[in-house]
Every structure is written in structure tokens, then in C-alpha cells.
Design a protein around this ligand. Sequence first.
Ligand code: PA5
Length: 325
Amino acid sequence: MKLLDHYREWRKMAEKILKEEVENLKPLKFKAIAFTGMGGSGIVGDYVKSFLQDVSRTPIIVVKDLYLPTWIGKDWLVVAVSYSGNTSETLSAVKEALSKEAYVAAVSSGGKLLELMDKERLPYVKVGGGYAPRSALPLLLYASLKLLDELGLSIPMNQVQESLDVLGGVKEAEDEGKSIAEALKGYTPIIVSDVRYEALAWRFKSELNENAKIVAKCETVPESMHNDVEGYEEASSKFKALLLSAHDDTVYTKVLEKFIEELLKEKGFKPYRLELKGKGRLAKLMHGAHVAGFTSLYLAEKRKVEPVKVELIARYRKFLEEALP
Ligand code: PA5
């Protein structure tokens, strides 16, 4: 199946994984959660953190590293997300979590990670194979939400349902992706969001890197208004700005649409505004990710590159495997 078909299937993937069982489920009591994972799997932690930070009282951090901060230990739940189950950084963080006696749970399609989870009888959700990690976002994300829900964190299911409904709008997302690809062609994209949607800005950038094989940068308001903004003086001929707007009644949206967009026009950037669909955070995050996926694939087509191949990532992964003791 082509990568494009994977993205067209996102709603089905999400609905299917929400019905899967958690293996080795047992009651756990934890005070905080650390998600660990890299790339297309690491973004899942960012998404969960962004979605739950206004609704859950349990602190969530994201670790995209081989090593964990010293203060993670007993009473922490470390959730490892790795599509392949063979990512060196993630495996290293998991081993460290176990040595620190933290609880460990996982989401993966298999590999060494699930071998370890089976051996240690630790909770996990197994997702289906055959996708690229980034095209499997709904599998990894909704499996993680399911896992947290079963482990006692209460997940707002009405927001989960709304996000599934938004993912049903495949044609609209694909058409929007085509238009954005057309607008970005030949430019280095600057993706601007507000801080609530930082995970999405990063995801958009990463999709353009991995699928369309281009350099892209992202920035978030309000921090970017204290540094990146000064670069707008010089950048207009090489860059194209894409604004990810929650389009709601907040000061963030006011800044994004009424200040930054106007400023970018004044500086000659011809900014493109993507209005995120849905009411809740999760729906907007997923709508943006869906559009990002389609944008990156249509841009790859225009650039005549093969989106599924990630040869330089593979080269780095091999180097790291050999470099590690
Ligand atoms: O999307 C990709 O292919 C990468 O960003 C991978 O997700 C990354 O290399 C980590 O691999 P995995 O998702 O298998 O842990």
C-alpha cells in the first residue's frame, strides 16, 4: 500500500487500535509520566502532553534521549513508544527506567522493545506492522491514550471522539494539503503556531523533512516574538510562512492572525493560514497532522522524491547502534 493510502486511512486506524487489548495489564500507582521515543514515535509523547495538560492533574514530560533525567525513578510511569521497537535511544531509556525501578509500559509493533516487555511481563499495546512510523501516528497515539486510560488516567473520551470525526474529513484535509504544497514549493517553510500547538508545528516540520526531504523550521508564539521575529527583516525571498491557527477566541489567535500575519505580509512573505478544525485540542492537533501528512506527500511528488525512504535516518541509526557500548 502507498504512503498516501496510509494517511487516507487514519480514522480507520484510530478506531481499530482503540479496540485492542492492553497486554500484561496490571494496576499501577504513579505520580508522573515520562514519554520516551524518537521521531515519528517521539511526537506521540508531545501530542499526549499537549492534549492532557489542561485536563489531567498528572504531570507529563517527554524525553527524546538515550538517558533519563536523574529525578525519574520509583513512582514514575515511563511510556516507551517505538514503531519498530528497535530504536537505540528508546531502548536505552527503557533499560535505564527499569534500573531506576520506574514502571514501564510500551506501544510498538514489535522488535526488541516488545520482547523485553513480554520477558518482564510489563503492559503494552501492540500495533500493526507495515506502515512508516510517521504514517502510523493514529495507531501509536490512540494506543497510548488507550494504555493511559486502562492504567487509570482518565482520558476525555468526548475529545477523542471529536478527533476521530475530524479525521473522517479526508478529502478536505487532502485538498488543503495540496494547496499548501503548491504554496510551499521552492521555499523553505517557516511554520508558526502558538505554544499550545507546538507539538503540531514540530510534527509539520518533521513531515516536510522526512517525506518531502526539505529543510523546514518552526517557531511558537509568544516565544518567537522575542527572537525569530527580528529575522523577518531579511528572510522573505527564501522563506514561506505557514501559520497554524487555532482560530479561536484567545489572545494567541489574536497575536497570530492580527499581528504576525499582518507583519509577515508587510515584510513580503505572503503567509498561508491553515485554520485547524474542531473544538478540542486533540481534534485540532490531529487535523493539523493530517494536513501536514498530505502536504508533505504532495510536495514530495512535486519534487520527484520518494517519501517513504529515509536513507539518512537509517544511516544514523546504524552508526548509533555501532557507537553504543
Ligand atoms: O518517521 C520515521 O521514520 C522516524 O522518525 C522514526 O519514527 C524514528 O527513526 C524512530 O523510529 P521508531 O519509530 O521505529 O522508534
